[in-house]
Design a protein around this ligand. Structure first.
Ligand code: ZN
Ligand code: MN
Length: 138
């Protein structure tokens, strides 16, 4: 087993070359790709890859906490290979999603938190990215 195989071994996935290509594409990927994006990227290397393989691999990684599913894009699920807590800027024009690595300590008053012991938060900041702002004003 090569180095990459070793790194992914603990996933408990049968590591086919196709799955390794998916994992390689996700590694360090900051674009928050959809399943279609992942599929298009790995198809270049594996023209016989099926969309089902991509989709099922993403779902398995999600169940194992290796990727997070983002809900900020109403058109399609987007995936985040960085499972560590962070927030997102989402462009309502082009749906670009950018990470925000700042810890916001937001108090929720006792009367508002329904008895919950709050352990984390995830904030989606909606707005317009620089490219869309430029497009709108030129
Ligand atoms: Zn935009
Ligand atoms: Mn992210």
């Amino acid at each position: 087993m090569d180095k990459r195989g070793e790194k992914y071994r603990d996933l408990g996935l049968k590591l086919t070359p196709q799955r390794i290509a998916i994992l390689d594409y996700l590694e360090g990927n900051l674009s928050h790709p959809s399943a279609e994006d992942v599929y298009r990227a790995v198809l270049r290397k594996f023209p016989t890859m099926s969309f089902a393989t991509v989709y099922n691999t993403l779902e398995t990684l999600k169940r194992r906490g290796m990727v997070a599913e983002l809900t900020g894009d109403p058109e399609k699920k987007r995936f985040d290979p960085n499972p560590l807590p962070h927030h997102h800027l989402i462009c309502t024009g082009c749906r670009k999603i950018v990470d925000v690595h700042v810890e916001y300590r937001l108090p929720v008053a006792d009367r508002d938190r329904a008895g919950f012991d709050i352990t984390s938060n995830h904030i989606e900041f909606l707005g317009t990215c620089p490219a869309c702002t430029k497009r709108n004003y030129t």
